[in-house]
Design a protein around this ligand. Structure first.
Ligand code: GLY
Length: 325
């Protein structure tokens, strides 16, 4: 039983939250695939951290959390967590979500000062009756749960922001530095699928802007009977097409992960202005098959199994333009 839905005057609401309405239904088991991890961009270190969990018999959920915490904690990664590029006011604001094999989901958006938003998202999933906590509320919850308040703006990101302020031109760049949001999908030894997605969002975005990454069905979706999908790139385009959910539903209809990613990208291409934006999807199905597709050449993704970790170039809709001298 979860939230009661009414309050007796004087009752402390939080007491209603003590039993969380998480789904506990048994997870359907098919023949377990070999454990596998797939992530957006060149996130080999994140995949290795996730594989460590899986090799020890850990769950896909633990694996994806451990995996995406790597770029979240890396000050050299300027689009995720600590060291992420700030909004136009100079504040680093983070979006993240996580989804497990039972269909439980948790998310935080517009969260400041917490290095590992994915772990806060997991606490939202496991210890509240809600799916999304935003802004001040998410920060309050994180601090209550023992997360440390930190300054996430590194000197390097601060310097870049100060340079940006000289023109204040808001123009997201396709494939900027070849990395963006990390979305990660994993299948564990039991054949169960989970996913996580985390980002500092678009550099120099408006204060309060939230992208696709913390929105279940947009930046990430898992259906343990079918597979999972996650997105990177221009969140506004993904949000308007509910991309990750679309990819999973297309796989449900029988498409391969690669074809489903392509069709979801082409939905954006057909319905939205797309010349100057990147969107990339990666997906995995219950059999452990995977694929990717993006609008513009240049998106890559990394796949890890027991045997190897491989960086693969995504198929694309539009070739990269030749650099003009
Ligand atoms: N895909 C990340 C964002 O748009 O914030």
């Amino acid at each position: 039983m979860g939230y009661l839905g009414f309050l007796v005057p004087g009752m402390v609401p939080i007491s209603c939250f003590s039993e969380v309405d998480q789904q506990k239904k048994p997870v359907a088991k098919t023949k377990p695939a070999q454990p596998i991890v797939i992530s957006t961009w060149e996130n080999q270190k994140a995949n290795l951290a996730a594989m460590e969990v899986l090799k020890k018999g850990g769950s896909a959920l633990d694996a994806v959390e451990a995996g995406v915490r790597v770029p979240e904690g890396d000050p050299e990664d300027h689009s995720v967590g600590y060291g992420g590029r700030p909004d136009r006011d100079g504040d680093v604001t983070l979006d993240a979500c996580i989804m497990d094999a039972q269909g439980n989901a948790g998310s935080v958006c517009f969260l400041q000062h917490i290095k590992h938003p994915v772990s806060v998202a997991r606490k939202v999933m496991e210890e509240t009756p809600h799916v999304i906590l935003a802004g001040e509320g998410a920060l309050k919850f994180a601090l209550e749960k023992g997360f440390k308040k930190e300054n996430l703006l590194t000197p390097e990101s601060k310097m870049e922001w100060e340079e940006w302020k000289e023109t204040s031109k808001y123009q997201p760049v396709i494939n900027i530095e070849n990395h963006d949001t990390i979305g990660m999908l994993a299948i564990d030894g039991e054949g169960n699928i989970s996913g996580a997605c985390t980002t500092s969002g678009l550099a120099y975005k408006m204060k309060g802007r939230v992208g696709d990454s913390p929105v279940i069905g947009a930046g990430l979706y898992i259906d343990n009977e079918i597979g999972g999908a996650t997105a990177t790139g221009m969140g506004e385009a993904v949000l308007k097409s509910l991309g990750a959910f679309l990819v999973v539903e297309l796989m449900r209809q029988g498409m391969s992960p690669a074809d489903a990613c392509k069709e979801a990208v082409m939905r954006i291409v057909r319905k939205q202005k797309h010349d100057d934006i990147q969107v990339g999807y990666i997906a995995i199905n219950k059999q452990g098959e995977y694929g990717a597709f993006c609008i513009h050449e240049g998106f890559n993704y990394v796949v890890s199994s027991d045997l190897k970790t491989e960086l693969l170039d995504s198929e694309f809709h539009i070739e990269a333009k030749e650099e003009k001298e």
